[in-house]
Design a protein around this ligand. Structure first.
Ligand code: IPM
Ligand code: MG
Length: 378
């Protein structure tokens, strides 16, 4: 074996380890307070693929719901351009600096899906935004009312397989290694978010989902720290589950409705929330909140749907997931009554009445037609 190549990779690893240790130390001392602002600025980022189509309708929805607040200057909807794959590639940056600066000026963000080039070194814009704004909690609710399913996933959003996902090491022709990073402080804060939610919402259990039998160091730590946090929440049971059997449990109608709150490392959370969303009616139906101490970003859980665009079906994209993200956004900024109105309208349009349905192709309604239907029910 070529020692020089190994030495060079060890140096790379040393740099990663030093950087991550510094990050973990900083997490321990971070107390970013929520700023108090007179005006709430909702930044709106369209993204790529079906992004501009579903965001166009989401903006119309927010304009309708927040009409008085906008007129009175208490809330502003601010479009932020430039987070497109074309501009990102041209600038060679996953988030161009001026775009990030504009985003930081906002109170919260509503974001359409953004394209991530496969391979290469360009990081996903989502991953960069989550890190830059320290949005550590990815909160994804899934409800199937007729089955009594009311799940909420607390996916750790800045660590795990994602922290160094674009910075693995490689001996070409021989092997490649990626790294998974779990920190004590990073785990503690997502665990606290999950247990706080359970406590505030009268939930009886939190399922800690890992593969600690195999990923012993990282998932072992994740589980251990969740149990430590659980001690501060008497009456809420902390259950350990492995990701493989939990994936099976979610498609087992005999037991799935008993689960309530889930807390899990980043990649497992990514995968299992797509499964859960599919059970609810498809990834086009689930909204997602990315929360940090200071910033919050709301989005659909799905991607840009390049195949729909290629087939000319973009205008048939389902806006439900971004509408559900709008509901979470409204709740987050304290507009509870408007969030409830939107929830009731969505319930009528997708469960009880269902007079207009999107199918994702020409057999169903267009994005605009479905949006009109929801607006008519507000
Ligand atoms: C999600 C998405 C993202 C992720 C992609 C677009 C980077 O799948 O929000 O679940 O992997 O987190
Ligand atoms: Mg995903």
């Amino acid at each position: 074996m070529d020692d020089k190549r190994i030495d060079a990779l060890c140096e790379q690893f040393r740099a990663l380890l030093t950087e991550q240790a510094a990050r973990a130390e900083k997490l321990n001392s971070d107390t970013a307070p929520q700023e108090n602002r007179e005006k709430t600025v909702i930044g709106i980022v369209s993204g790529d693929g079906i992004g501009p189509i579903i965001i166009r309708e989401a903006k119309r929805l927010l304009e309708r719901l927040l009409k008085e607040e906008i007129a009175a200057g208490r809330i502003e909807l601010r479009e932020i351009d430039g987070l497109t794959i074309e501009n990102r590639l041209a600038k060679g940056k996953s988030i161009p600096e001026d775009v990030l600066a504009a985003i930081r000026e906002c109170t919260v963000l509503l974001k359409g899906p953004t394209e991530t080039p496969k391979g290469g070194t360009m990081e996903s814009a989502n991953v960069s935004l989550r890190r830059e704004l320290d949005l550590y909690a990815n909160v994804r609710p899934v409800r199937i009312e007729k089955e009594g399913i009311d799940w909420i996933f607390f996916r750790e959003n800045t660590e795990g397989e994602y922290t160094l996902g674009s910075r693995g090491i490689e001996l070409p022709g021989l092997l490649a290694m990626d790294f998974k990073v779990i920190t004590d402080a990073g785990t503690r804060r997502i665990a606290k978010a999950a247990f706080d939610y359970a406590k505030e919402n009268g939930k009886k259990s939190v399922s800690i989902v890992t593969k600690a039998n195999i990923m012993k160091k990282t998932d072992g730590k994740f589980s251990e720290i969740c149990h430590e946090v659980a001690k501060d929440y008497p009456g809420i049971e902390a259950e350990d589950w492995y990701i493989d059997i939990m994936t099976a449990n979610l498609v087992n109608p005999a037991i799935r409705s008993r689960f309530e709150v889930f807390v899990l490392p980043n990649l497992y959370g990514d995968i299992i929330t797509d499964e859960a969303a599919q059970l609810q009616g498809g990834v086009g139906t689930a909204g997602s909140a990315n929360l940090g101490a200071r910033y919050a970003m709301f989005e659909a859980i799905h991607g840009t749907a390049p195949r729909m665009i290629e087939e000319g079906l973009g205008e048939y994209a389902n806006p439900s997931s971004i509408f559900n993200a709008c509901e979470m956004l409204l709740r987050h900024i304290g507009e509870t009554a408007k969030a409830d109105r939107l929830r009731a309208a969505m319930e009528a349009c997708t469960v009880s009445e269902k007079a207009v349905a999107v199918t994702g192709d020409k057999t169903g309604a267009t994005t605009r037609e479905f949006a009109d239907y929801v607006l008519s029910k507000l």
